[in-house]
Design a binder for this molecule. Structure first.
Ligand code: PGA
Length: 256
């Protein structure tokens, strides 16, 4: 099965709305054919990004979402609110949200379900910490994170959920996983999805790599069999760097 590579930029808490449109305008010109591309932007920049990217191939994602449609949840944003301004999808479970805002797998299971029910695309981020990897616990951690989130999700929705494998020790540290190490984790995730669902879901699900991906290491990572693109933090804030990573993800045509 051939999967279309998918590269998403995660701006985190960077860039004001007034600096969003100009950046997105430049970026949409540089999205190559043959891949899917998205930017996950702060809530306040969503409307500007959606408007500027309208009619182009660039998708616009939020970085989080509350699972309830509305209610007494001060400071939160719901799926209907994202839908109302034309947002395409949502990034859920980023390690910074797990670490600083107590995002749990149980809450994520609900959020992923609600996002799908609302017609939003989903990138679900998972990954182990340095201590967990050192303790030989990586596969257990990934299993726990995926089993909980996917426990209540139907096959067709699981298959179109993008999983971002981001080893926490590689995020923002300049310490990228080697392509071999990342491939090993991606293969594990794919097999786990086959086990939780079936071979079709395992083969269809797109798995991005994330963690200090830059133009100079972007060629080796998506080149691996089970790596279907990337989730890019720091380098997505620079249009040249992000465009170079998008280019690196374009599949090389196979000679007949
Ligand atoms: P980074 O961030 O590319 O700056 O390491 C990746 C992420 O947190 O998604």
């Amino acid at each position: 099965m051939s999967r279309t590579p998918f590269v998403a930029g995660n701006w985190k808490m960077h860039r004001t709305p007034s600096r969003t449109a100009g950046f997105v305008r430049e970026l949409v010109e540089r999205v190559p054919e043959g891949i899917d591309a998205a930017v996950c932007v702060p809530y306040t920049s969503l409307a500007a990004a959606v408007e500027t990217a309208s009619g182009t191939r660039l998708r616009v994602y939020a970085q989080n979402m509350h699972e309830a449609p509305e209610g007494a949840f001060t400071g939160e944003i719901s799926a209907p609110m994202l839908n109302d301004i034309g947002v395409h999808g949502v990034l859920l479970g980023h390690s910074e949200r797990r670490q600083y805002y107590n995002e749990t797998d149980a809450a994520l299971a609900e959020k992923v379900l609600v996002a799908h029910e609302s017609g939003l695309e989903v990138i679900l981020a998972i990954g182990e910490t340095y201590e967990q990897r050192q303790a030989g616990d990586t596969e257990n951690v990934l299993t726990r994170q995926l089993e909980t989130v996917f426990s209540g999700l139907a096959d067709d929705r699981a298959a179109i959920t993008t999983i971002a494998y981001e080893p926490v020790w590689a995020i923002g540290t300049g310490r990228t996983a080697t392509p071999e190490l990342a491939q090993q984790a991606h293969l594990y995730i794919r097999r786990l999805m086959s086990r939780l669902y079936d071979e079709n879901v395992g083969a269809a699900v797109r798995i991005q790599y994330g963690g200090s991906m830059k133009p100079d290491n972007a060629a080796g990572l998506p080149g691996q069999r089970d790596i279907d693109g990337g989730l890019i933090g720091g380098a997505s804030l620079d249009v040249d760097q992000f465009a170079a990573i998008l280019e690196a993800a374009v599949p090389v045509p196979v000679e007949e």
